[in-house]
Design a protein around this ligand. Structure first.
Ligand code: TMP
Length: 218
């Protein structure tokens, strides 16, 4: 489905441990690509569309810890379906570069590896939302979740419903990303987010360069 739709656009996902520095990395990539004259769309999950942002508020609200696992999974799926249809496919079709702060790998990490929902159920919901679509590359910023949460707290941000989970939950999610990366090395690049900002930026740019080369973008 994807290749017929797209001419030159491609999609990069920045994902990984909470507090690992996704926002800074996304800004670095955005600037780098804009300097090359490319049209860049920054987006995020859950969210990225008006409907998706409303769903995000419901999912992450720390005042409703009673949300059941399947509700959570379906809400992430619903936000993703809207995101792909309303924003991602149209942008790629116009030849833009889409950079998303989290995407479908997060559902495998958090809802399967951490929450424990069986893979079959995860795939059913994800497949419905994705409809054959897959991003070109997932950059996984890997960090000890204890360090990540300290960073979130230092930034003065309150913890959302997911970050309010036990440390074990976040550790399982982290390992979920590492497992996915081992299983699909052509779609995942893991970057050690405990390195300095400059080192992380250098590594990320080399991933972007390889992707551009692969896409024969320039
Ligand atoms: P963040 O984007 O601010 O990191 O917050 C989003 C939270 O939602 C984060 O804890 C990861 C979680 N999440 C899932 O559990 N499943 C998903 O499919 C996505 C996209 C995010």
């Amino acid at each position: 489905m994807r290749d017929n739709l797209m001419e030159k656009g491609f999609m990069l996902v920045c994902d990984g441990s909470n507090g690992a520095g996704k926002t800074t990395v996304i800004k670095t990539i955005e600037q780098y690509l804009k300097n090359k004259g490319l049209d860049v769309v920054i987006t995020r999950e859950p969210g990225g569309t008006p409907i998706g942002e409303k769903i995000r508020e419901v999912i992450l609200d720390p005042s409703t810890p009673e949300m059941c696992d399947i509700t959570e999974l379906m809400l992430f799926g619903a936000a993703r379906a809207q995101h792909i249809t309303e924003k991602i496919i149209p942008a790629l079709t116009e030849g833009k570069v889409v950079i998303s702060d989290r995407f479908d790998a997060a559902t495998f990490s958090f809802q399967h590896y951490a929450r424990g929902i069986d893979l079959n159920t995860i795939c059913k919901i994800n497949d419905m939302a994705l409809n054959g679509f897959s991003p070109d590359m997932n950059i996984i910023l890997d960090l000890d979740p204890k360090v990540g949460l300290e960073r979130v707290v230092q930034r003065g941000e309150g913890l959302d419903r997911m970050e309010d989970e036990k440390m074990e939950f976040l550790e399982k999610a982290r390992n979920g990303y590492l497992t996915q990366a081992k299983q699909a090395p052509d779609k995942f690049t893991v970057i050690d987010a405990s390195k300095t900002q400059e080192e992380v930026a250098k590594l990320v740019i080399s991933v972007v360069d390889k992707l551009i080369e692969k896409k024969a973008f320039l």
